[in-house]
Design a protein around this ligand. Structure first.
Ligand code: FAD
Ligand code: NAG
Ligand code: NAG
Ligand code: NAG
Ligand code: NAG
Ligand code: NAG
Ligand code: NAG
Ligand code: NAG
Ligand code: NAG
Ligand code: NAG
Ligand code: NAG
Ligand code: NAG
Ligand code: NAG
Length: 594
């Protein structure tokens, strides 16, 4: 949605007081170009975590190169309720768009990523969801590394996290299980600090078909529960606020913003050691003494590798890029969870004028004491579900494709109930959005170079619904949402579908024809923002994959990838909790191996 610049002008926010350490705005000020132990490409979620953990050892020196700007003092990043102002079309976003999606009527769909310290954790929706235990056990299985088992990772989940009280001080007993959460970690996580009438409508709907779950981070997330978000004391907790801000005074940690990495290479022999980046339009080489760590994210890490001649040899040769190492999986197996936002009109109309007043009041309240609507990200409740096996369609689907989730207690789809935002005011205005997300996508896409401009935006192809089971699961996810709202309370609240395609589906419900359902799905499918897999882990020695389970790029010395591109499968949830765990583990492995 497009931010309203007039309203942004109303944001007379108090300036954030903090003793900021050194962030080099001008790369000319970086003190040395050949003395750092590690050069980390990308100061996003994983890059910030690893930089912070590695520099706990005062002998380890780290330079972080971040293409975007600093997050510090940026109100639309700090205030959770202003999250949608950081979308495409701002300096905080890479503004990428997919190639036309052949199974989605050739629609192009967004591919946003954070272009700022903290990366996508500075612009994301702040949902904190770990997925299921079977997701991580499958990683262990696929990579042959038992360190990825859910049980083994529990210490890292806790190490990264501090579960903190919500700012409204409400009684959280029964809203999460404290035993599952960390209390000493840098990343602040909380349940919603502002209640909405929607919360009770959701909780009042729960029954045996849609059960309550006390804490969906228990490894078996089936049910509706209270949303946990990366928010503390009313403000966004990102990798940059949690892992960088308090440690920038370390003399062994340097962070350079406005520094766009272009390629990596071996300056002497075959060990990768140098990063070429541009700052102020000029190229600069920086050499790492120990290793180069790529953390540029799911789209840009493969982009940098391909530009550096590490990728499929024939594809590189076709683009006249000298082949440094033939690694065909680079940029392949891109995985994203398709999502559909079903929009409804409600019987609770709020005029645009009233929404604007509410919005201004909420901003004023946040300014005065960090409470009120602005401390919420998107929604206080979220549900995870499995397909209904009593349905003949689901039985046929399972018969043909087998169990699509990695385990019997792992969900197939997610349902997200949300008050709709008004496009002008970015504030609740009488509509309701129900997101249906396919959590078990089998379609695999790609990130490739654009031959017209290899240094420009990569070609991003989610390739949604190329695997036929994915749209069949999406049908069930949409039906699940319709079933949820089929009760009298919900029918009183919702007056009409807000689009004719959804209205056609609703008219036929519950016996929705495949044609009507698929017309809706193909026209409205978008992303859930959880792309992974473009530089997947695989077992050491495997003939596919990009990195070994210890993050080393296969067949290339001196180089690791430490970001979400290494996930071989998407966890059944939002990806950031898994990203924090990957980064915490990467830091430990890197510390142990030097
Ligand atoms: C809009 C949006 C909403 C989301 N909502 C949620 C949510 O609610 N919950 C959840 O769990 N997950 C969410 N996610 C996903 C989650 O934020 C990401 O999975 C996670 O941040 C990925 O971490 P990363 O380190 O791999 O990449 P990023 O965090 O994206 O970091 C990559 C960093 O590298 C930098 N970079 C890239 N290329 C270069 C280059 N060439 N040179 C230098 N620097 C470079 C980028 O600017 C960025 O700072 C969302 C993502 C987005 C984009
Ligand atoms: C960066 O610093 C150099 C050296 O001090 C200076 O010449 C240059 O003008 C600065 N660039 C910007 C954009 O400030
Ligand atoms: C740092 O290096 C010095 C000299 O090699 C060594 O004595 C010291 O123990 C190291 N410190 C840490 C924290 O590893
Ligand atoms: C995204 O678009 C905005 C608006 O055009 C622009 O200012 C910003 O620089 C773009 N981001 C990138 C990384 O190019
Ligand atoms: C999508 O684009 C392809 C290639 O241009 C074309 O063959 C196809 O007919 C298009 N499909 C639709 C639904 O427009
Ligand atoms: C993965 O799981 C399958 C089936 O349970 C098993 O046969 C296989 O040995 C496992 N692989 C690894 C690497 O653990
Ligand atoms: C919080 O709620 C629980 C369960 O309803 C109750 O047992 C407990 O006493 C409450 N705590 C406080 C501080 O009110
Ligand atoms: C939380 O925010 C309030 C109001 O800004 C501030 O007074 C308080 O010190 C903060 N607490 C923490 C733990 O940061
Ligand atoms: C950095 O600041 C923190 C908190 O103010 C302090 O505890 C720490 O000692 C400082 N570290 C250095 C290297 O100055
Ligand atoms: C970076 O190193 C490469 C390879 O040695 C060299 O060709 C290039 O000129 C260097 N660039 C700069 C800006 O020093
Ligand atoms: C994609 O991942 C699968 C494992 O999930 C693997 O078998 C296959 O080789 C990968 N494809 C590429 C091109 O890397
Ligand atoms: C915060 O301010 C609002 C009014 O702006 C007030 O209603 C509320 O009680 C205050 N909350 C706290 C915890 O001070
Ligand atoms: C709808 O599609 C499913 C799966 O492809 C199929 O089993 C079912 O027979 C179709 N229904 C109708 C009415 O065509």
């Amino acid at each position: 949605m497009s931010p309203s610049l007039t309203l942004l002008g109303l944001l007379a926010l108090t300036s954030v007081s903090s003793s900021y350490g050194k962030i080099y705005e001008n790369a000319s000020d970086i003190p040395s170009l050949d003395s750092y132990g590690y050069v980390i490409v990308g100061g996003g979620l994983t890059g910030s975590v690893v930089a912070s953990r590695l520099t706990e050892n005062s002998n380890t020196t780290v330079l972080v190169l971040e293409a975007g700007v600093s997050h510090q003092g940026v109100e639309i990043i700090e205030v959770p309720g202003l999250q949608s102002f950081t979308g495409p079309g701002t300096i905080y976003n890479w503004n990428y768009t997919s190639v036309p999606q052949v199974h989605l009527l050739n629609n192009t769909i967004p591919a946003p990523r954070g272009h700022v310290l903290g990366g996508s954790s500075s612009i994301n929706g702040m949902w904190y969801t770990r997925g299921s235990s079977a997701d991580y056990d499958r990683w262990a299985n696929v990579t042959g590394d038992q360190g990825w088992l859910w049980d083994e990772l529990q210490s890292y989940f806790k190490k990264s996290e501090s579960l903190v009280a919500p700012v409204d001080g409400h009684n959280t007993t029964g809203q999460y299980d404290p035993a599952l959460h960390g209390t000493q970690g840098p990343l602040q996580v909380t349940v919603g600090g502002f209640s909405q009438s929607l919360d009770q409508l959701v909780m009042g709907r729960l029954d045996q078909d849609f059960p309550f779950i006390e804490d969906y981070d228990n490894g078996e997330p089936i049910g509706f529960g209270w949303t946990q978000t990366t928010i503390g004391n009313g403000s966004r907790s990102s990798a940059a606020t949690a892992y960088l801000d308090d440690y920038l005074n370390r003399t062994n940690l340097d962070v350079a913003v406005n520094s766009l990495a272009i390629r990596i290479f071996a300056s002497n022999g075959s060990r990768i050691d140098t990063v070429t980046f541009t700052a102020n339009g000029l190229p600069i080489n920086v050499t790492a003494r120990v290793e180069v760590l790529l953390a540029a994210g799911v789209f840009n890490t493969p982009h940098i590798l391909l530009n550096s001649g590490i990728g499929d040899a024939s594809e590189l040769s076709a683009m006249n890029i000298p082949v440094v190492h033939n690694l065909p999986s680079v940029g392949k197996n891109l995985t994203e969870q398709p999502a559909i936002s079903s929009l409804w009109n409600t019987s609770n109309p709020v005029s645009a004028a009233q929404a604007e007043v509410d919005y201004e009041n909420a901003i004023a309240q946040w300014n005065s004491n960090r409470t009120g609507r602005m401390v919420l990200a998107i929604s206080n409740t979220v549900g995870f579900a499995r397909m209904n096996v009593s349905s003949p369609e689901v039985q046929a689907l399972v018969e043909e494709y087998g169990e699509l989730a990695p385990g019997p207690a792992s969900p197939h789809f997610e349902l997200l109930p949300t008050n709709a935002f008004d496009a002008e005011t970015n504030f609740e205005n009488a509509q309701f959005i129900f997101d249906s997300v396919n959590l078990v996508p089998y379609s695999r896409g790609s990130v490739t170079l654009n031959s017209a401009n290899p240094l420009g935006p990569p070609l991003i192809d989610y390739n949604f619904y190329s695997a036929p089971q994915d749209i069949l699961v999406m049908r069930q996810a949409v039906l699940g949402a319709l079933s949820f709202i089929s009760t009298p309370d919900w029918q009183d609240f919702l007056t009409a579908p807000a689009s004719s395609l959804l209205a056609a589906v609703v008219d036929e419900y519950p016996n929705v024809s495949n044609a009507t359902m698929d017309a809706y799905i193909r026209a409205t499918t978008s992303i859930s923002f959880h792309a992974v897999g473009s530089c997947s882990m695989s077992p050491a020695g495997a003939d596919w994959g990009v990195v070994d389970p210890d993050f080393h790029v296969k067949g290339v010395a001196g180089l690791r990838v430490i970001d979400t591109s290494i996930m071989p499968f998407a966890p059944a949830g939002h990806s950031q909790a898994a990203a924090y765990v990957i980064a915490e583990r990467a830091a430990d492995i890197i510390k142990g191996s030097t």
